[in-house]
Write a protein that binds this ligand. Sequence first.
Ligand code: ATP
Length: 482
Amino acid sequence: MRRPRRGAVPPTAAGTLAAMSEPVPSTPDVLEKLVSLCKQRGFFFGSSEIYGGINALYDYGPLGARMRRNVRNLWWRAMVESRDDVEPIETSIIMNPQVWVASGHVATFSDPLVDCTGTCRKRWRADHLGDLRRERGKPEDAPGCPECGGPLTKARQFNLMFRTHLGPVADDAAQVYLRPETAQGMFVNFATVVQAMRRRLPFGLAQLCKSFRNEISPSNSIFRTREFEQMEMEFFCKPGTDVEWHDYWCTERMRWWTEDCGVRGSRLRLRVHDKEELSHYSTATSDVEYLFPWGWGELEGVADRTDFDLRSHMKHSGRDLSYFDTETTERYVPFVIEPAAGLDRGCLTMLVDAYDEEEVRGEKRVVLRLHPDVAPWQVAVLPLSKKPQLTEVSRALAARLRTRFRTEHDETQSIGRRYRRQDEIGTPLAVTVDFDSLEDNAVTIRERDGMTQVRVPIEQLERACEDQLAACRASALKRARE
Ligand code: ATP
């Protein structure tokens, strides 16, 4: 849950488990270039743009939707499918409003807000003023509004939950909220799942779904939006074992970002919260942070939420959410470790981390060095020209490859432009069908990062792609660990 912000923390102040070679920040214009590329190539763009858009809401195009699906799958695989101690769950977006009273969101899920009374009249998060000034090239402690320098009002608290009404009567009794986090769905269903699944502790409940926050100052493209997707897991354990499990999940989550998603460890850190920064429910929290072009930003929080939520729901609902350990015959309220990550921020991180420009034979090449398991496509099949004798072969090959790999067939524009497009959207392999292919039954595989080319017999194509993708995964791992 939202904690008070205290500006960017310098890298040296970080507690860390991550590789900590001195990070090299990306140039500030990387985000601008990337956002424009993402729109042009169909990753993401402002929502309902034909009506002038709507602030801090985004739509994902065909490539973004594919990439998001891949990242979701990686998380699902790591957190649910590859484990025997985590169960999946999908809970509703609108819950009984008492849930948000018990969780503390009605009373405390708010940000301090200030208004500019000078020329720009903009509204800001009071705890973000330092960062906002820095982003605009001003000293963090400069007086007044970050934009125009005008006077600011005193801070007021603003609750971030979106409200709506259930049923036809729009009065206070029917007021409900769009959930601001998925976590509470797991807490309120804890006892039901224990019983239904005959679960013993420790075990986790994982959920990957949308959340909504009426952010005051959304910023940096899809980093902070008003509708976003969370990848959260609540791991219920015996009190006293929580410190150990918290360490375990910090390490495991850092591993996931680097090894499974290919994010460079040199740009990641695990920042331990000091006492004043901790949320009211937490005894220990560490944030996984990435060094974005504008500075360090949180991707995931790993919190020891103690028994706060379960106890609070017990108090407010009158239901018993304690756990009876049949082995030790003890009854207790479990402690909870929560790794909570953002899918949209995760995708932005992977895109920023992958963005690269280089000069090849006197020309600028833009390439997204995405991990092959994250990239929208794994293989692009490109006939050298649009001649029917080539496209017939290439389409059949694409159909064959599609059963094993995420495969695109692209026959528009010159082959040079098509390679450029595939580099820009991060496709690791391009298979080219040329006129010789009709004679020698072989095709050329071009690999994205090194631009190396090999000729392989068509009958061995699947095997060759498999090998090349394995090599891409190995080099992504090497890059992530550097
Ligand atoms: P922040 O301080 O950046 O607002 P938070 O500490 O409030 O984040 P949590 O409540 O811990 O965030 O949520 C877990 C994760 O959900 C965050 O690490 C982030 O990846 C994602 N997330 C939270 N708010 C947003 C948002 N407005 N837009 C996109 N992702 C978000």
